[in-house]
Ligand binder design. Sequence first.
Ligand code: DX5
Ligand code: ZN
Length: 220
Amino acid sequence: MVKLAPSIMCSDFIQLKEQLDIFEKENIDYLHIDVMDGHYVPNFTLGPDFCKALSLYSPIPLDIHLMIENADNHIPAFSSFGKPLISIHPEAGYHPLRSIDFIRKNGGIPGIAIDPATPLEVIKYILPDIEMVCVMTVNPGYSGQKLLPQTMNKIRELRDLADGQGYTFDIEVDGNVSWEHIPAMVEAGADILVLGTSSLFDGKNGLSENIKKIREMTGS
Ligand code: DX5
Ligand code: ZN
């Protein structure tokens, strides 16, 4: 079963309550929250106060994608919102295994997110310690970008590696998870789809209608 994670930075903030209600009714698996610091990535987005408000209102677990430097300084705050998935980028810090341990100690579920240019070799010794790998298929920082096609092979390679080694982590795909690309992403081995402007939030149909369409496409 493919899990669905709407990218909340793509939601309509003025209608957020109504949109969260729809996600709950539609049994959405995670709320994907992009945290950007203006250093590791050029953009600024959502922060701990926003995550806190979401977790107080919605029972859907948070999937917090930290695109920030000095993540360790902020892990205790982010870990306190329910029992969230928290992914860090190995490219944004020096000792990812220390950060992963820190996430667990603070009550979060650790994941690792990788930039499109980062080879799987970089996370080889991290894989036994995490519950999720977020494969970025666009450069981190903005919604509405085009897929970098070489990342499709990376999803497939990671699926083969995980199956070969008996790892049970979920593979999440983040970036231009579009109507066009969803079937190939699932076929390549995605377990979690981050849904942004290129599918769920395309503005053409209602959210419920788009969720139904994605479930039909993915058999989930
Ligand atoms: C990246 C974010 C969003 C997401 C948006 O970390 O999660 O930018 O990719 O989806 P699209 O690419 O469909 O706008
Ligand atoms: Zn993300």
